[in-house]
Design a protein around this ligand. Structure first.
Ligand SMILES: Cc1cc2nc3c(=O)[nH]c(=O)nc-3n(C[C@H](O)[C@H](O)[C@H](O)COP(=O)(O)OP(=O)(O)OC[C@H]3O[C@@H](n4cnc5c(N)ncnc54)[C@H](O)[C@@H]3O)c2cc1C
Length: 322
């Protein structure tokens, strides 16, 4: 690990001032420290966000929806019985995320901004395309866990379990930086690496995530989350599925189907969402939506198994809502 200096500001303004030239924010450190130890991140200075008041915890105000501070530990979300009643998809998404220890340290902001888990990207010895190299080693190499849809030059998948769940609730994210504050749909925080864009997130280096907001009308939707893993614990999603839907008069309205582990970004299955509009969530509708969700998938040589896996997971998650 290369040398770096460290600051732990007590106020947001102070942190924002410190975030310049090769300075990186650290929250729980469960991803960043690993990247630093493997030489994949070499910040000259770390700005520890954990001393800043007001970025931790969640609130729900009637009519104003849900706000979750970026510094909230994942464990606080996952173990909250109250939140489970309010926004079950969010809580379910963290049930099998990482381990209890990592959920204690890891935060909401850090989870949403974690880097991908492609073994070529994570191995310092491989000058992969995303790190500025000329090729993606996974395209012709070991691509068992890589993308089946939506990838361009880089076939790594978006790893967060929380992101699909929040996107299924139409979450927005609040950012603050040296040039002011902005809100964006959480889905826009994720970018597909392509062309000159060799990154996974739309946030600029001088910006911080302050909180995630879920609108009241989205919380009112019914929802569920399912995750398929290689083993029962401590495993990233091979595929995850978050769905939310309003059921009005026995039919589905305004459905969201968001897949994790299949694409470089949390993947909205928009055609499948449209297909469900106005239909009852019976077996036939859930199966048709699942088929549609995977219609455009193009597997690599080792990951064809993800197509039936994802299809079945979409079907099963939708069926849970009936
Ligand atoms: C063994 C293991 C298994 C795991 N399994 C899963 C899993 O199954 N599912 C899953 O979803 N995740 C999994 N994870 C990832 C884990 O959830 C993340 O490492 C954790 O959530 C990151 O949070 P953190 O606070 O530690 O982030 P950090 O490591 O501190 O930061 C991560 C990144 O986010 C940036 N950052 C953090 N907070 C902010 C902020 N507020 N504003 C701007 N930038 C910020 C940092 O600069 C850094 O780039 C696993 C991790 C490990 C090590």
């Amino acid at each position: 690990m290369s040398l770096f200096s460290y600051a732990r500001p007590r106020a947001l303004g102070e942190a924002l001032k410190l975030l310049r030239d090769n300075t990186v924010a650290i929250a729980g450190g469960t991803d960043l420290v690993t990247l630093m130890r493997h030489g994949l991140a070499r910040p000259e200075r770390l700005v520890d966000l954990t001393g800043i008041e007001g970025l931790r915890g969640w609130t729900r105000e009637k009519g104003k929806g849900l706000r979750i501070g970026a510094l909230t530990p994942l464990a606080d979300i996952e173990t909250s019985a109250q939140l489970r009643r309010v926004a079950p998809i969010i809580v379910e998404s963290l049930r099998d995320a990482a381990t209890p220890q990592i959920r204690n340290m890891g935060t909401v902001g850090g989870n949403l901004l974690q880097r991908n888990r492609c073994w070529y990207f994570r191995d310092e010895a491989y000058p992969c395309w995303l790190k500025g190299g000329v090729r993606c080693f996974a395209v012709d190499g070991d691509n068992r866990q890589h993308a089946i849809i939506g990838a361009e030059e880089c076939v790594a998948v978006a790893p967060s379990d929380l992101a699909p769940a929040l996107i299924a609730y139409d979450a927005t994210v609040s950012l603050s930086g040296a040039r002011g504050s902005r809100m964006m749909p959480l889905s826009d925080l994720y970018v597909t690496p392509r062309g000159r864009v060799r990154r996974e997130h739309a946030i600029t280096p001088d910006e911080l995530v302050l909180e995630v907001r879920v609108p009241e009308n989205a919380i009112a939707r019914r929802g569920a989350f399912e995750k398929a893993m290689e083993r029962k614990t401590w495993s990233f999603a091979l595929v995850s599925v978050a769905v939310s839907v309003k059921i009005i008069g026995g039919v589905a309205r305004d459905a969201r189907i968001v897949l994790g582990g299949v694409a470089p970004v949390p993947w909205r299955a928009r055609d499948a969402e449209k297909l469900l509009e106005g239909r009852g969530l019976d077996d036939a509708a859930c199966e048709a939506a699942a088929d549609t969700a995977l219609e455009k998938a193009e597997p690599l040589k080792d990951n064809g198994y993800k197509i039936p896996l994802a299809r079945e997971l979409v079907r099963r998650t939708l069926r849970r809502l009936t």
